[in-house]
Design a protein around this ligand. Structure first.
Ligand SMILES: [Mg+2]
Length: 322
């Protein structure tokens, strides 16, 4: 556990330092820190997938961006998205919620209602939690549990694999940018930020049809590709022109903006041909787009018109300087 295979970034350096002295997990743990979920061996050749995701007022959202119900729903959706990243079927979620010391009971109830609605919509019932009041910020931590037989790991990509993304990217980051700038936020962008759709069935389809590695896009396409590159010990090359940007979104934001919760998967060259792509798009009503490839090397490179480009930001990092 001395060096977990995460991509570059100050946030991940801190995680690496924290885990430096960690005891190696027992044989019941098939996958520990470094993927979208930890995997515990369960009966019948299956794994219990476990993940936790923290949402903090001020770090992830501001109260005037949306209602408390939306805050609760988004937190559950973001956590369940990590189950989708492993192609797991949800079992349930647990929600630990803190509301500010000066808040009324009603606020906790509203956040809780949002959690409950999202949990029901995703087939991941609320099975436990904790509630407290104090401090100055709302925070909630959602643990999600799922079952998976053939997990889609970050480490499964091989050189010459193709890289594919579901849906369209950049709208959630565009919404955040507009809120921060005090600009009007189109409904479509706001919806993408507050109500992301964990790609649970899509992930299982992709896995069943030959995808060999996967991650959900929480930090941004380039940053999350970096995690697959690190875990699979290879380089990922992304073609700028191929990245499917959401309507009205700056193409660069589609590469670097986080919180879309779409999937990035790797699959052997040629596995997803025109027929598979059109079946996917017909079945799920969202695009499946080839955005790049895996090659020998390290890290992530982005190409535009065949030339390597340098991006301003490589994704969301809570501890990035500046
Ligand atoms: Mg993830």
């Amino acid at each position: 556990m001395s060096s977990i295979p995460l991509g570059p970034g100050a946030e991940f350096d801190i995680i690496r330092r924290i885990l430096e002295g960690a005891e190696p997990p027992g044989p019941e743990i098939a996958v520990a820190s470094g993927d979208d979920c930890a995997l515990l061996r369960a009966e019948d050749f299956r794994y219990l997938a476990v993940t936790v995701d923290l949402t903090v007022e001020g770090a992830h959202f501001l109260p005037d961006w949306g209602t408390p119900e939306l805050v609760g729903g988004r937190a559950v959706r973001a956590s369940v998205s990590d189950l989708a990243a492993m192609a797991a079927v949800p079992l349930g979620v647990l929600v630990a919620l803190n509301v500010p010391g000066d808040s009324e009971a009603r606020l906790a109830e509203q956040v809780g209602a949002g959690c409950l609605n999202a949990a029901a919509a995703l087939g991941a019932p609320l099975i436990g939690g904790d509630l407290s009041r104090g401090g100055g910020a709302l925070a909630l931590d959602v643990t999600a549990l799922g079952l998976v037989e053939r997990p889609l790991l970050r480490s499964g990509a091989r050189p010459d694999d193709e890289l594919w993304v579901t849906g369209q990217l950049g709208a959630a980051a565009a919404a955040v940018g507009a809120w921060k700038a005090g600009e009007p936020v189109p409904e479509e962008w706001s919806e993408r930020f507050w109500c992301p759709q964990p790609r649970l069935v899509e992930a299982r389809w992709l896995s069943d049809h030959g995808a060999t590695a996967g991650i959900d896009l929480s930090d941004g396409l380039v940053a999350d590709a970096g995690h697959i590159a690190a875990a699979s010990d290879l380089r990922i090359e992304i073609d700028w022109e191929e990245v499917p940007a959401a309507t009205g979104v700056d193409p660069e934001l589609a590469l670097t903006g986080g919180e879309d919760y779409e999937l990035l998967v790797a699959a052997p060259d040629g596995i997803f041909g025109a027929e598979q792509v059109s079946e996917f798009e017909r079945t799920f009503g969202i695009p499946l787009t080839r955005v790049g490839r895996a090659v020998k090397g390290v890290g992530v490179r982005v190409f535009r018109d065949g030339k390597k480009v340098k991006l301003d930001s490589s994704g969301h990092d809570h501890f990035q300087a500046g």
